[in-house]
Design a protein around this ligand. Structure first.
Ligand code: UD1
Ligand code: CA
Length: 449
């Protein structure tokens, strides 16, 4: 059955105490909103509508950054969750199949759980996702018998008896699109909060002789973020899950609790990740590659057999082919390193193409920025760049060429040539001894006053 998503993201998140809209606070390097969108993406939704409000422009931008086909609608005034869903109605008027409502601040609902809800739709017109809360607090309570849901009662409106129920509402709800918007249009605001509650839907459906059902998931999936403390909890929960998945997938993590993954990190089987490695967004590590301790990786691709670190930083656009070696205190940005390239120590490579089996000596810098524009450095295959070479871009070094240590290379070096770009050495016999004597005498004179 086709499905569309409505993601509620209009709230301010007052308790975050922040200028940033709540759904844009990051977990694992990506806004909370992206986590919710990712969970829904697994259902291959026909349409995705994000309801924005506080910080609408920024939230719209973040929505489109994740999915350029997503639609957004502004809920100018936040009058409740049913009112929020109603804003999406015009955008889904002709949608066929179901609508699933997700919250932008609830990042961890599993795709399998959403699939179970879809399956339960065969038995119920409206399906709500519930969980058994360790501390039910102010969650809405599900009044149910087995799988059959009678109604949802908001905490503010609940009797003592209802408040004793521990089966709570996650907020995720699924129904046929037409029915969903029809029922949402019927919701009133005669309740303790004076809000239009989406939680009225099961009862409204039952009044029409339709059935409502509940699907139960583990509480950890419904973890919502309302405070900075919960944001930290969410980060912890994400990392615990990501580490477990990596281990499960055949990745070696020598100290799993010190490795931080991003939402979209991909690590192949038999890769080895040392301690204290941080993944920013957009990293792929192929099978059998090794990332040693204390590396920061972002927007890069590391191929089979490559070794990186310890203490390396790969920035966006770093492409490492098979068997490349990048060692300690090396930074790579927007550069393509062909097979077998070696960059062992203390080097900056930015905006560059480096041919296969080229060796880059310690202390090499691609001087890629002239203060206004960026320029590219091109180095051929099997070249040897001597230690402490400054490559002043734009510049090209040919195949099998060499640069002498300490050279400042401002002109292209043809294939097979050796370029020397430094002052000649001058050696003065005995001069060191004379100089030391003079300096010591000066120091002694100073000490006397
Ligand atoms: C809601 C549920 C409650 C459930 C809880 C789970 C209702 C009436 N109550 O309560 O049963 O246990 O979530 O966390 O639905 N939002 C809008 N526009 C609005 C109002 C809310 O976009 O006008 C968004 C918020 O930004 C948030 C989500 O909807 O992402 C939930 O709203 P919130 O006010 O936090 O609902 P709760 O009171 O927590
Ligand atoms: Ca909430």
């Amino acid at each position: 059955m086709p499905v569309s998503l409505v993601i509620l993201a209009a709230g301010q998140g007052t308790r975050m105490n922040s200028d940033l809209p709540k759904v844009l606070h990051p977990v694992a390097g990506s806004p909370l909103l992206h986590h919710a969108m990712q969970a829904g993406r697994a259902l291959a939704p026909e349409r995705v509508v994000v309801v924005t409000g506080h910080g609408a422009d920024a939230v719209t931008k973040a929505t489109l950054a994740f999915d350029e086909d997503a639609l957004t609608v502004v809920q100018a005034e936040q009058k409740g969750t049913a009112h929020a869903v109603a804003q999406a109605a015009p955008l889904l008027a002709d949608a066929s199949g179901d609508v699933i409502v997700l919250y932008g601040d609830t990042p961890f609902v599993r795709p399998e759980t959403l699939e179970a809800m879809q399956a339960a739709r065969a038995r119920h017109a409206v399906v709500v996702l519930g969980f058994h809360a360790a501390d039910p607090g102010r969650y809405g309570r599900l009044v149910a018998e087995g799988e059959n849901l009678q109604k949802i009662v908001e905490y503010k409106d609940a009797s003592d008896e209802e408040r004793a129920i521990t089966l709570c509402n996650s907020g995720v709800i699924c129904a046929d699109a037409k029915l969903m918007f029809d029922l949402v249009g019927q919701v009133g605001n005669a309740n303790a909060a004076g809000e239009y509650y989406l939680t009225d839907l099961p009862e409204l459906a039952r009044k029409r002789g339709l059935s409502a059902g509940v699907v139960i998931c583990p509480e950890e999936e419904t973890l919502g973020v309302n405070t900075r403390a919960q944001l930290a909890d969410a980060e912890r929960a994400f990392q615990i899950r990501a580490r477990a998945e990596a281990l499960e997938n055949g990745v070696t993590l020598t100290a799993p609790e010190t490795v931080f993954f991003a939402l979209d990190t991909v690590v192949g089987r038999d890769a080895i990740i040392g301690p204290n490695v941080i993944f920013g967004p957009g990293v792929t590590v192929e099978s059998g590659a090794e990332i040693k301790a204390f590396c920061h990786l972002e927007g890069c691709h590391i191929s089979r057999g490559a070794t990186v670190g310890p203490f390396a930083r790969l920035r966006p656009g770093a492409e490492l082919a098979e068997d490349v070696h990048v060692g300690n205190f090396v930074e790579i940005k927007n550069a393509i390193l062909d097979e077998g390239v070696k960059i062992g120590h203390l080097t900056y490579i930015g905006d560059a193409d480096i041919g296969e089996y080229t060796n880059i000596g310690a202390g090499t810098v691609t001087c890629n920025y002239d203060g206004v524009m960026k320029h590219r450095t091109r180095i051929g295959k099997n070249a040897f760049i001597g230690s402490d070479t400054m490559l002043v871009a734009p510049v090209t070094v040919g195949d099998h060429a060499m640069t002498a240590s300490g050279s400042v290379i401002t002109e292209d070096v043809p294939a097979e040539a050796l370029a020397v770009g430094r002052a000649r050495q001058v050696t003065k016999p005995g001069l060191a001894t004379k100089l030391f004597a003079r300096l010591r005498a000066l120091k002694a004179a100073k000490a006397k006053g």
